[in-house]
Design a protein around this ligand. Structure first.
Ligand SMILES: [Zn+2]
Length: 381
C-alpha cells in the first residue's frame, strides 16, 4: 500500500476510535458525590469507556476530554427499582429516562421476558432482572392477570418448580403468600426457599400479613417484596428475627397507600399510614436493609418518576436521608447481587445521575435530573 494512503487510513481509524471513545468518556469537575455509601463534598469523577476510572479532586482534564462543570450539582449512582412488573421495552425506557437503570421483575411471562432482557446493554433501557413466574397456589394471587402460569400445592412439587425457573434462566425466585385467596402453605414455601438456595438464587416473598412475614423469614426468605398491612410487629419478635436471620424489606409504601385509597372506608381494619411508616423505621433501626420498589403498573404507578415518591415516603418514616438514597441505589444492587453498579467507585460501571441541587439535603431534589448516563452513555430523555 502507498505510504501516504496508509497514513491517511491509520489517521482515520484512530480518529474514529477517538470519536467512539468521546461518547462514553468524560470528566465531571467540582461535583458533590453521594457514592452509594457516603458523601464526598467536592471532587472530580473521570469516566473512560463507560467505566469510572478515577475519583479525585486532583484530576487534571486532558485536552481532548469532555469536561462537565458539576458546581451546584450532585452526582449519585443510578437508581434501581426492587419491585416491578414490566411488560414491554417502553416500560424499561420510561424507567431509564427517570434514572432507574436496574429493575427487578417479580412475576411475568417468561417467554416474553427474554427479548426485554437483551436490552441490558442498550443505553435507553433499564436492565431487566426477572423472577419469571412467581410461585403460587392454584387459583392463588398472581393467577388473576390473564396469562397462564404454573402453580403448585405441596412441598414435593417445589424442586421441579425451581428447576423450571432455573431452566428459564431467572435471576431470583418470587413466592406468593396471600391468604385472601387460595395460598401456598408454610411447608411448601419453606421447601421452595430451600430449593432456591440450593440453586444459588435468592428467594423473595409477597406477604400482606405479619404472621406470614414472620413465618417466611423464619424459613430463611431473603426478602419481603411488601411490608405487612394488618398489625404491628412486637419489638421482642423483631429483635429475635433481626439477630437470627438476614433479610431485606421492600416496603412498597406508595403501592400500599394507593391500594388503601382505592379501598376507601374498608381499609379501616389495616394499619394507618403513620403505622406503616413506623414499621419501616423499626426495620431500619433493627439493621434490616430497606429497598425502594413501587410495583408498577399496579394501581397506576409508573416505571420511572414514581420511584421518587417512594423515596420521599421512606424519608417520611424518619430514616436518615443518606439511608434513603441507599434504599434506591446500593441497597438494591447489593441485595440482588448486581455487579459494578449502584455505587460510584473506581472500576464500577458509569451508571450515573447528575442532579441539579442537592438530594442529600432535600430528597425532593432527586426529581431535578440534569443528565443520566448508562455505562457512560447519555440516556435520551
Ligand atoms: Zn408485584
Amino acid at each position: 500500500m502507498n505510504y501516504k494512503i496508509k497514513k491517511i487510513l491509520l489517521t482515520l481509524i484512530s480518529l474514529s476510535f477517538l470519536v467512539a471513545n468521546a461518547q462514553d468518556s468524560f470528566l465531571i469537575e467540582n461535583v458533590k458525590v453521594f457514592d452509594g455509601n457516603t458523601i464526598i463534598k467536592s471532587t472530580s469523577v473521570k469516566v473512560e469507556n463507560g467505566i469510572i476510572v478515577e475519583i479525585s479532586k486532583k484530576i487534571k482534564a486532558s485536552r481532548e476530554a469532555v469536561v462537565i462543570d458539576g458546581k451546584g450539582k450532585t452526582l449519585i449512582p443510578a437508581l434501581s427499582n426492587a419491585h416491578v412488573h414490566a411488560w414491554s421495552a417502553e416500560t424499561l425506557n420510561e424507567a431509564a429516562k427517570a434514572g432507574v437503570l436496574n429493575v427487578m421483575d417479580m412475576h411475568g411471562v417468561e417467554t416474553y421476558q427474554s427479548a426485554m432482557r437483551q436490552l441490558k446493554d442498550s443505553t435507553n433501557y433499564a436492565r431487566y432482572y426477572v423472577a419469571g413466574y412467581a410461585a403460587t397456589a392454584p387459583d392463588g394471587h398472581g393467577t388473576q392477570f390473564g396469562f397462564p402460569s404454573p402453580t403448585l400445592s405441596k412441598p414435593e412439587e417445589a424442586a421441579k418448580f425451581i428447576e423450571d425457573r432455573v431452566n428459564a434462566d431467572v435471576d431470583h425466585i418470587k413466592i406468593i403468600v396471600e391468604p385472601w385467596k387460595a395460598t401456598l402453605d408454610s411447608e411448601t414455601v419453606a421447601e421452595l426457599i430451600k430449593e432456591a438456595h440450593k440453586a444459588e438464587k435468592i428467594a423473595v416473598v409477597h406477604v400482606s400479613r405479619l404472621d406470614d412475614a414472620v413465618d417466611v423469614i423464619s424459613n430463611d426468605a431473603d426478602g419481603l417484596v411488601h411490608i405487612w398491612w394488618d398489625k404491628e410487629l412486637e419489638p421482642t419478635k423483631l429483635q429475635e428475627l433481626s439477630e437470627s436471620k438476614s433479610f431485606f424489606v421492600i416496603p412498597t409504601l406508595l403501592t400500599t397507600l394507593k391500594v388503601f385509597e382505592g379501598m376507601g372506608a374498608s381499609a379501616y381494619k389495616f394499619l394507618k399510614k403513620e403505622q406503616l411508616l413506623a414499621e419501616v423505621k423499626k426495620m431500619y433501626d433493627a439493621g434490616i436493609p430497606i429497598l425502594a420498589g413501587t410495583d408498577p403498573p399496579n394501581v397506576g404507578i409508573n416505571y420511572g418518576t414514581d420511584l421518587y415518591k417512594e423515596l420521599e415516603l421512606i424519608f417520611e418514616s424518619g430514616i436518615p436521608i443518606m439511608e434513603v438514597l441507599k434504599a434506591g441505589t446500593s441497597n438494591i444492587t447489593k441485595a440482588f447481587g448486581l455487579e459494578h453498579t449502584g455505587f460510584i467507585k473506581e472500576g464500577y460501571t458509569a451508571d450515573l445521575i447528575l442532579v441539579d441541587g442537592d438530594p442529600t439535603k432535600d430528597i425532593k431534589n432527586i426529581g431535578n435530573i440534569n443528565t443520566v448516563w448508562k455505562k457512560g452513555k447519555q440516556v435520551k430523555r
